[in-house]
Write a protein that binds this ligand. Sequence first.
Ligand code: ZN
Length: 444
Amino acid sequence: MAEEVRGPDTTALDEVVTFTSELIRIDTTNRGGGDCRERPAAEYVAERLAAAGVEPTLLERTPGRTNVVARIPGTDPSAEALLVHGHLDVVPADPAEWTVHPFSGEVRDGVVWGRGAVDMKNMDAMVLAVVRAWARQGVRPRRDIVLAYTADEEASAEDGSGFLADRHAGLFEGCTEGISESGAFSFHPHPGTTLYPIAAGERGTAWIKLTAQGRAGHGSKVNTANAVTRLADAVARIGAHTWPVRLTATVRAALAELAALYALDIDTAAPDLDVDLLLDKLGPAAALVAPTVRNSSNPTMLEAGYKVNVIPGQAVAYIDGRTLPGTEEEFAATMDRLTGPHVEWEFHHREVALEAPVDSPTFAKLRAAVERFDPAGHVVPFTMSGGTDAKQFSRLGITGYGFSPLRLPPDLDYAALFHGVDERVPVEALHFGVRVLDHYLKTA
Ligand SMILES: [Zn+2]
């Protein structure tokens, strides 16, 4: 158990900063439609793994869209393997809007700035720093650990985790659980209260295409079968729809933890629980659960017509729908009803919802790792409102948790930095993450 006490060395604490900064400087902007090149970042990671004796495999479905996979053998051959994955691509950033150049990786006053500083080159760098420290210290984890640095998470995942799950399942043999982004960052809803939300599930993706049919004609004539009017009616109904509350096990567990933390005299297990009232009482802490107590359906794109005085025969709209686990049938039936006559709907893109158990030994270990390094912090499970690579890896039977630990200063709004302007991460937060990951991954 000596390694457990030892923790990462000072080299690891230096390297995590260097790696975060240098990975940010490798511009891996994913503009969608295949417009991205992760290869230089993948090579950067692979070289540093190889130097630590961890043999990397580079895999591409499309030239330049490189993924890196490596396996660290554990000491307990009977233990199931653990997947640790992070994506190498980032969303676009407009330098004109930023305080520092988004691809400078500048370290200023103890803070690393740039696109990817929290989503998620920080996690990529923390994991890299940890496994290199293990090589120096002669540490081996209990479980096999499979590392995956993926391409294309910010678009379709077709060149990344989707490709790996479809074509290279063998590399993930024995993996039953995984950890990745969007969890275990500190969140400060009230002065003196520090929460660490650990993700145990994701809402499903249900992107919808609506097509309204009508009678084409001159814009000056009476037309009671106007496709644009029909479409607009359906879009307005869908956008304004209030979805019913549907509590999943994870969300119910989150509500129970928060109600206890704030000493609210509310039975969160009651079948007639007034969730909106409870959310009201939680104040800013409600932000953790409010987006995931219901499905959602937001209209986002409209396509119709080509000339002001011509009524088109068809009009099309797209809806960004998100579904909680177990609500897929209800979602479809609601769409049938809200679209009404003359408007057809179909799935444009669909991904399953995920739910990971919060009463599992793994969740308990994730919780313990965070609380060991911040005893005043409270771990709360949560469900992500959107999706990550965990959806693709779930097809291999891998249960995913969102766990990329950061202890952030109370005035830094982590959620706003995600895909936001002036994305940045304090050096101290990276050091915390390295310590937590080192401890968790060794003992997982
Ligand atoms: Zn991400």
